[in-house]
Design a protein around this ligand. Structure first.
Ligand SMILES: NC(=O)CC[C@H](N)C(=O)O
Length: 223
């Protein structure tokens, strides 16, 4: 199984994401943001967390317009799997691959802590992931908002992949939304960081289940 991680200037989770994907069994290529055209035969494209282009304009706005994103769009259009974590989630929204917006946290502060999550939607990213897990968050623009119609669609179509556990919403996201899926459920944007909690040798490893799900999906397991 093949994966690529797109590296933007200012990304700080690209290596962690590659390590987690490799541990789950993927061959991982690092793909520089300014190179158009992703490697052939990819199962998964990962957009890492961080501060791409210094978070100028809006978080993820410049990354969304990088040459590599044309390849990401083409991969998604073919039904390929795309995982955007934190800044990667922001870039997927800015690129129009996921709906809604990620606004400044409700408390107007950078939030860096571990939060409880509930697995909500069925998808290639959640198959076999336990119903509750704990993952770290680290962001200042993580407050998911959407208009009423979009929110109703996301909920009605089971496209909320993860919610913050009751009382643990760190950023004021509507309906406690922590992660959303595309219409075909093969693009996931997730604010918490599974790649920072994926190796039991380093501490809690609830995030590993998500990469195992992806590996299963890449190998043709049911979504
Ligand atoms: N950890 C991250 O990816 C941070 C995302 C973004 N720079 C923010 O702070 O909201």
């Amino acid at each position: 199984m093949k994966a690529a991680v797109v590296v933007f200037p200012g990304a700080n989770c690209d290596r962690d994401l590659a390590v987690a994907l490799r541990a789950a069994g993927f061959d991982v290529a690092m793909h520089w943001w300014k190179d158009a055209g992703l490697p052939q035969g990819l199962d998964v494209v990962g957009l890492p967390g961080g501060f791409s282009f210094g978070d100028y304009l809006r978080c993820g706005a410049i990354a969304a317009r990088a040459p590599a994103m044309d390849g990401v769009r083409a991969h998604a259009a073919r039904g390929g799997l795309v995982l955007g974590i934190c800044n990667g989630f922001q870039a997927l929204i800015e690129a129009g691959l996921l709906p809604g917006a990620l606004m400044r946290n409700a408390g107007l502060r950078f939030v860096c802590r571990t939060v409880g999550l509930e697995t909500a939607g069925r998808s290639p990213f959640t198959h076999g992931v336990p119903p509750t897990l704990r993952l770290p968050v680290a962001h200042h623009d993580g407050c998911f908002v959407a208009d009423d119609e979009t929110l109703a669609r996301l909920k009605g179509e089971g496209r909320v992949a993860f919610r913050y556990a009751p009382g643990e919403n760190p950023n004021g996201s509507m309906d406690d939304i922590a992660g959303v899926l595309s219409e075909n459920r093969r693009v996931l944007g997730l604010m918490p960081h599974p790649e920072r909690a994926a190796d039991p040798a380093l501490g809690p490893a609830d995030g590993a289940a998500l990469f195992a799900a992806l590996a299963g999906a890449g190998a043709g397991a049911p979504a």
